[in-house]
Design a protein around this ligand. Sequence first.
Ligand code: PGU
Length: 466
Amino acid sequence: MASIVVSLSPASMADAPSVRHHLKENTKVKTNDSSSFLRGGYGNAFVKSKSFSRFSMVAAVNVSHFEGISMAPPDPILGVSEAFRASTNEMKLNLGVGAYRTEELQPYVLNVVEKAEMLMLERGENKEYLPIEGLAAFNKVTAELLFGVDNPVIKQQRVATVQSLSGTGSLRLAAALIERYFPGAKVLISSPSWGNHKNIFNDARVPWSEYRYYDPKTVGLDFEGMIADIKAAPEGSFILLHGCAHNPTGIDPTPEQWENIADVVQEKNHIPFFDVAYQGFASGSLDADASSVRLFAARGMELMVAQSYSKNLGLYAERIGAINVVCPSADAAARVKSQLKRLARPMYSNPPVHGARIVANVVGEPDLFNEWRKEMEMMAGRIKSVRQKLYDSLTAKDQSGKDWSFILKQIGMFSYTGLNKSQSENMTNKWHVFMTKDGRISLAGLSSAKCEHLADAIIDSFYNVV
Ligand code: PGU
């Protein structure tokens, strides 16, 4: 029910004593008909005025525009961090978000990042707007890092690179390009995938469907299902592929399987669309982790790649990444870039400079670059060592003979434990292990000291909860 407030301005009130008698200031008049008000539009919705001969009456219509909005559910991943912060339990462990922690479970700022920031301060760089496409030095090094400096796509200037708001923003910009230039084209997403993929394409109004990826029976890749679904997709679909360290499963195709995937994608005239959020973080090697993308590029295929520096440089909050579109010619790349800029301009105008300068300095300066590689190996190494320790603890504690070795086969930040929703809830409610409800745990948030506790929690949840 809408309420209407009718008020009179003091001047008009003075002129109209008889009206004042009947209409006191802020008299509320109730009405059921909010629709007629809404039809009137929102431009001057709060105030409707009418002139009478001796006074002017102003009717302020006090209809709430926001009261009817319902509460959104918490985000399945970032909501876990909120719940973790709210918990006061001493044993609490945050294995929800994919963010690297030290052995002391503290956030980690890379030494190379601090060094790059010192350099930036010394240089006294300004805070002027960047161009819409971002920092030129960043765009150059980010594409080179992805494809390799000597890659023909780089040499022939066939890559349209636009700095965007980390991995998420880069995917969103690419989704906007698909929506505008490939109307009706479908994006195929792996089942399962990083939860935000579906949100991104939904919000961009790009139709999507899923291809089979994970086989719970083997706790491995359903390669035949994947190939069959990619084959069955309408010709010219966009196939979203995780470049390395598939999230959430930690299961990647082998090099031979990547070749087969490329065969089918090519056969069906699909467009490969890579999400590379973990370059260097999966194996510790920047080149090895980019090999899937390079394999497709080497076939002369057109493709898109969204990049993120959240994990490999620990720049989570700087929102630094890029969208790269490999085109058939330098001319086409220039045109595609111009359209990406045109899409970015009304969305966020231009990207932030700080993270872009950090990346440009670290990747562009040989000393910092080598130091970065060592730090990345260290981070990837710590994750591998807690992965091993978790496996050892599970095998030592679980007397049933269950084979936990799938944990060792998974790569990257995550382990997909196979725990279902209620088992995952038990992990949190009983053991204070905060994690997503799909059974994924972020090993980047685990310390050696907590491996035993985690193994106890997993065994209890696995055997005692259905
Ligand atoms: N793509 C994949 C496959 C990811 O896992 C993530 C982050 C992104 C893109 C986006 O990362 P940016 O920070 O935008 O560069 N996934 C993490 C982080 C939390 C989240 O959901 O944003 C995760 O825990 O899955």
